[in-house]
Design a protein around this ligand. Structure first.
Ligand code: CDT
Length: 346
């Protein structure tokens, strides 16, 4: 039985400090409608999809900062975001999106959710684990800041894969006769990560060990930001952006290959707030590491593909059959040590 799915990344062009929330939602609705028109069953939106990427700004007023956060955990019913979920319901399309979450106790998280249209509810939530950048702004006033460590706490939900119901008819369910015979026959297994997480193989492998078939990753990635990316090899803004795009695709392709899964990545792209350039490059990659669809612009754009989850089996059963080939006894350092400790000097 083929387990095929039509999926889309909804890349968003720039959103500014001055952008109105309703206008952003209108743009998202348009993308959702376009994706649905092409038959998409699942649409992924970027990290912090509703606002400009505010962690680049030093915001000292709590009131102002709070305008970038969602305070109502129930996004499908929050007046701020309800129209998007209503449209998803109308179109029969699942959506996954990123937003800045303010919990009831006041904690901030950089969060993603997965909304199942058939269940009419959020079936999975992920909070970003790898928060890049600094807590304090750079002294250089021209620098591009990334103050996620200031505004968010480290995600506390781990990397928990989940099955998405009702996307593929006829899949095996709990208790079905052949359930134990082999993996890869049930409802699709997905995992979410957010932007910087995609650079960490530990995150991917945590999902890989749960048999993940599709990794969803929204992002806001600065093109030219020497204070963030480093200045060892001076680059022009164009060279820096090309490099940032290269690294984005490198990690999506290589980690998809090494974990035998598809990945969908959705950018917020283009020049935000008049001077902060974000890369595009939203793409869909397959389990052999190939890009199967890719954004052509840095504007609002749908990236679409029909994928066959059966393609995950080759890697999972041969080269990356983890149960047969992984050697956990040799990997202890990975879970025990965070930073580098070099061997003693000679
Ligand atoms: N949003 C986000 O996580 N952006 C980071 C910027 C890197 S800062 C060194 C990213 O990894 O794309």
């Amino acid at each position: 039985m083929a387990r095929t799915l039509k999926v889309a990344a909804a890349q968003l062009g720039p959103i500014h400090l001055t952008s109105k929330r309703e206008d952003t939602i209108t743009r998202m609705l348009k993308l959702l409608q376009e994706a649905a028109g092409r038959g998409a069953q699942l649409v992924l939106f970027p990290e912090c999809a509703f606002t400009t990427f505010f962690p680049r700004h030093l915001i000292n007023s709590q009131t102002e900062l709070d305008t970038f956060f969602e305070h109502n955990d129930d996004l499908p019913n929050s007046p701020n975001t309800k129209p998007l979920f209503d449209e998803a319901k109308k179109l029969g399309v699942d959506i996954s999106l990123g937003f800045a979450e303010r919990t009831a106790d006041g904690t901030g998280f950089n969060t993603s959710i997965y909304y199942s249209v058939k269940k009419a509810e959020v079936i999975a939530k992920y909070r970003k684990v790898h928060l890049p950048g600094t807590k304090e702004p750079f002294e250089n006033s021209d620098a591009v800041n990334q103050l996620e460590k200031r505004y968010f706490e480290i995600g506390n939900l781990g990397f928990k894969a989940f099955r998405v119901p009702d996307l593929i008819p006829g899949v095996l369910k709990r208790g079905d006769e052949f359930n134990a015979v082999r993996n890869g026959l049930g409802d699709p297994i997905m995992g979410m990560m957010i932007c910087n997480d995609r650079r960490w193989p530990e995150a991917w492998r945590s999902y890989g060990l749960q048999g993940v078939e599709i990794v969803l990753c929204g992002y806001n990635t600065a093109g030219y930001a020497p204070d963030l990316w480093g200045t060892q090899k001076p680059m022009t803004p164009k060279e820096a952006e090309d490099d940032a795009l290269f690294h984005h695709k490198l990690v999506m392709q290589s980690n998809s290959y090494m974990n035998s899964c598809f990945s969908i990545s959705a950018a917020k792209a283009g020049l935000e707030d008049g001077k902060f350039d974000l890369i595009g490059g939203s793409c869909i990659t397959d389990p052999e590491g190939h890009v199967v669809a890719e954004a052509k612009s840095k504007e609002d754009e749908i990236v679409f593909a029909e994928i066959d989850l059966g393609e995950c089996r080759q890697g999972m059963e041969k080269t990356f059959d983890f149960g047969r080939h992984r050697r956990t006894e040799a990997y202890r350092l990975i879970a025990e040590r965070a930073g580098v400790v070099e061997p003693a000097l000679l």
